[in-house]
Design a protein. Sequence first.
Length: 259
Amino acid sequence: MNRKTVLLSVADAIAEVTINRPDKLNALDEAVRAELTEVFDHLAGRDDVKVAILHGAGDKAFVAGADVSEFAARTPEEQREVYHHRRVYDALAEFPKPVICAVHGFCIGGGNELALACDIRVADGTARFGQFEIRLGLIPGAGGTQRLARLVGPGQALRIGLSGDLVDAVEAHRIGLVEILTDEGEHLARARELAARMTRWSTVTLQLVKKAVREAYERPLSEGLAAEKELFLEAFASEDGREGVQAFVEKRRPRFTGR
């Protein structure tokens, strides 16, 4: 695929994915969504990648929503047909490896939903979050009610969705929409630092931890605990699990191979 709006670089087991449409505030049009999906599907199969970082180019926005002009002329039937296809939000949510979203500037509508589909959100002081769909007579359709409510609680999700107001970085951090808050311009450096710490560990266990935590909000507690037990046993049976335990006993650094 000849990508024009999404950049990819890989180094030291970390993939950096950049939405590169700064003149449009990195708005999500069909090309961006298709290229992001292709990139994350590609990275899922790369053994040299343990962690991914997603961020936006330019100094004004992570992603300032969907490109409204693209769907304005669609009929309800055409929009329903679009929703029948696999979407970029699903590609991100299904990605087996940790994804850190580094946010600055506007993170609105589909942009906020993209961030919600990631695992950890790092934002600098310029970040502004919101679900503006209500301003258009619409509601969020890609996680802006479901993932948001699971992350910040139903009350905060309703406040954000019903008001159409912006939430600044400090408030986003306070309510749990953002896990890590940094000084202005430090979001990407902090995301890289966190990703580098993750790469010290086994690919097997990185993916199993992510899978286990996802079980926590997709199942009742009893089912989640049962799933966690099985995932622990899967880690215990892995070569890296045996190596990690043996290295601890022998008081040496483990040599993880991803198996």
